[in-house]
Design a protein around this ligand. Structure first.
Ligand code: PBG
Length: 326
């Protein structure tokens, strides 16, 4: 007999014991389903790079959300895809723009049964595909963009949004939006700030989902974070909290677990993580090829994201895991 006093395997010996001592659980309370809603669509259109995910009509988005909400998913992040795009992204802050109409329809359908959030960014609405207004040199003009984000926040608030989710990574965006909302009397509308958002190749499939191509082969490295940096994420989180964010987000999730676990002890607000389109697409592709069990991998990743310190997760897996996690 080996003389071993500490035997950690004892606590792993049965499923009941493992459940008893498990440190993190995932439930549908932890999930937010991102939904793409395209203007003037009659039937949902599958997105080829995101198997199982659709560009919805307002009606089909509500049907999908209803199914998920009945299973216990409480949060939805709406992305509007307009028919018309222009340099200033005007459909993003038109009261009849697709995001605003969707928010109104969701609030009417769900009332307080669901938390309705909307992406607040211009890239879905601009013809050049950047997240803001361009200056003469073709760079995104920070402060002019803030003015338009303010208009978007007001339009979304008038439609009844619960939380706006600024994702453009402009300096001062949270403070500007908070101030704009408060001055118009929308003190109850919250801000989920995409605070530590990296310039990531994992967003590839998302751009199919929202019909976005960045003009002239451009990228977002002039405003989204450099993936070589960690301290910069801490600064962005601190700034957004001081500017009035109600919740902060780290994005993407799985390759940035170090960022989540670094900020966890520093942040007393809820932390969201966004498992983005490319993370989902990779699991689906490997599953389809028979290389991995996609459902098992997805569950493992969601637990890892929560174990790192996230309170809730935006994930395209919501639509298939809600049934399992019920
Ligand atoms: C910006 C936005 C993006 C995503 C969410 N909000 C794209 C980008 O920054 O280029 C990506 C989400 C995903 O990849 O799933 N409106």
């Amino acid at each position: 007999m080996a003389n071993i006093v500490r035997r950690p395997r004892r606590l792993r010996s049965t499923a009941a014991l493992r459940d008893l001592v498990s440190e993190v659980q995932i439930s549908n309370n932890d999930l937010i389903a991102p939904l793409f809603i395209k203007e003037a669509l009659d039937e949902p259109v599958p997105i080829s790079s995101l198997p199982g995910i659709y560009q919805h009509s307002v009606t089909s988005a509500i049907e999908e959300a209803r199914r998920l909400n009945d299973l216990g998913v409480k949060g939805f992040m709406l992305f509007g895809v307009p028919s018309q795009k222009d340099p200033l992204g005007t459909q993003g802050y038109d009261d009849n723009g697709i995001t605003q109409l969707s928010i109104g329809a969701f609030k009417e359908a769900f009332g307080d049964q669901a938390v309705v959030m909307a992406d607040l960014c211009l890239d879905e609405f601009t013809d050049h595909g950047h997240c803001g207004v361009l200056d003469q040199r073709g760079c995104v003009d920070n402060d002019k963009t803030l003015e338009l984000y303010g208009e978007m926040a007001l339009a979304q608030a008038r439609s009844g949004v619960d939380f706006v989710a600024p994702s453009g990574m402009m300096d001062g965006q949270v403070a500007f939006i908070r101030q704009t909302l408060d001055q118009a009397g929308f003190v109850g509308v919250g801000i989920l700030a995409y605070s530590a958002k990296y310039a990531s190749a994992f967003y590839g499939p998302f751009r199919d989902a929202v019909d976005v191509t960045i003009a002239n082969g451009g990228d977002r490295k002039g405003y989204q974070q450099d993936f070589r940096n960690r301290r910069e994420a801490i600064l962005e989180i601190e700034l957004d909290i001081s500017e009035g964010a109600d919740m902060v987000m780290v994005k993407p999730a799985s390759s940035y677990l170090d960022i989540i676990s670094t900020i966890r002890p520093m942040v007393n607000l809820p932390i969201a993580a966004y498992q983005v389109s490319g993370e989902y697409a990779m699991v689906k592709a490997a599953d389809a090829a028979g290389y991995i069990d996609g459902t098992a991998v997805a569950l493992e990743q969601l637990h890892a994201i929560k174990r790192a310190g996230a309170d809730f997760i935006l994930t395209y897996f919501s639509h298939e895991l809600a049934e399992i996690l019920r």
